[in-house]
Design a binder for this molecule. Sequence first.
Ligand code: HEM
Length: 534
Amino acid sequence: ATIHDQKLHRGAGGELHQFAEDGMPVLTTAQGGPVSDDQNTLRLGARGPAVIDDFHFREKIFHFDHERIPERVVHARGYGAHGYFETYESLAAYTRADLFQRPGEKTPAFVRFSTVAGSKGSFDLARDVRGFAVKLYTQQGNWDLVGNNIPVFFIQDAIKFPDVVHSVKPEPDRQFPQAQSAHDNFWDFISLTPESMHMIMWVMSDRAIPRSFRFMEGFGVHTFRFVNAADESTFVKFHWKPKLGLQSVAWNEAVKINGADPDFHRRDLWQSIQSGNFPEWELCVQLFDQDFADTFDFDILDPTKIIPEEILPVKPVGRLVLDRMPENFFAETEQVAFMTQNVPPGIDFSNDPLLQGRNFSYLDTQLKRLGGPNFTHLPINAPKCPFHNFQQDGHMAMRNPVGRVNYQPNSWNQGPRESPVQGYRHFPAEEQGAKVRLRPESFADHYSQARQFFISQTPPEQRHIAAALIFELSKVETPVIRERMVSHLMNIDETLASKVGHALGFKSMPKPADAAMPTRQDLEPSPALSIIER
Ligand code: HEM
């Protein structure tokens, strides 16, 4: 046999394995053709021009040129891990969701943590909300609980989402600041949006600079429904409680860490999981009915409100363990597509207007970001239970109907069938009313829970909130925006307001804000306000 022959090996299926001279597999093109020289383009003479029949060069550069896909419009910077969810006890009384039926049952999971505002390459310890998105591959299809590490949100209606996100992102003309809320546009929008005040108190607190993903809580935010086999509904709020407890860094630590190690949170998750130190969270639920909901002054459909745990304690129903890092960041963490509308039978939505809008947005954005309708064919997004449908074709189709039949009903007795018994049944909530664009009165109180959050904090934590507000507002150049913000703080806590106002150089405090502020405001500071010229 020649040397050449010894480098060939036929596999069990007759396939040809080719080995390079040093015994490593031969480099091939994407079409499988073996490559002889990956160091030099094909040229006419050693010092001559490149020639167009260099298909290896063209394919290599073409593929490289197309490596980037659009980053997520929000939550662009994220880090994911695999694991499992383990059910503690049967919740059959509340939900028919299969994953909650049998104690000890394990459901595979993928989790992606993220910051919201920064781009893909921004730093980990920005003052920001953290995404806490969980995909549970249940036996009845994927359930995505797409949450954050803060239990409330900036806005009450999804139609405001582009505005809040535009305001926090870099300003369109100057394209800064990166990954920073401290700028005029953000505080302008916030100061004109009283409903954001509760969220703002959380974002100014230490919650927005977590020590690591492992020390964060997670929240489904909205009120959802559990629906049992008898089609009875119970309202449910979801909470993830970290086994390690809740920890944050201090702001001066965050600033230093961002400079020294912008990948601080990534590194922490990677190292802990690689060393077998698996982070764990308990899934806890708050369960309640309409009568209980009616006892509150606020609306349980309002995503700027929590149900205090002192009033309705959380019930642990299972645990989430992250025990494996992705083999490839792009294939898994980057291509994973979370969608709030991914719910299995037994889990349903409430009429929270933010949730309803999200249920439209996520499918739409995945189509754009992942380049077509077949993103569920990617292994990270595909269900891990058997699935059958007649969807076909489209860009990058990896699965197509097998055989003749791609429709139903059909006379060939082929293909899957719908099942009113096993299939998803939407909870038949009775609805009626005029078709209107109107914010309900029950969504009107924007300050009580902001105050409740502030006074629930320890004195050092309260000092951190004041310092964060002073830092952020000191970066705001337009006086009236500062004034408006302090006028909101007057409604939350007067001591906090005067501390912030004083540090910003106010001679006197503005009047408390009107909760029903118009969406447009004069740029002139009120005559009552006298700001020391600086
Ligand atoms: C992405 C949470 C509100 C649109 C995300 C992600 C999380 C999240 C965790 C990142 C998912 C990942 O890791 O891939 C939340 C929470 C919200 C909220 C907790 C409020 C309670 C909204 C609203 C909209 C929206 C109101 C639009 C109406 C999006 C979009 C993405 C996203 C377009 C990018 C998805 C992608 O490209 O993969 N959200 N979000 N979100 N969210 Fe939200």
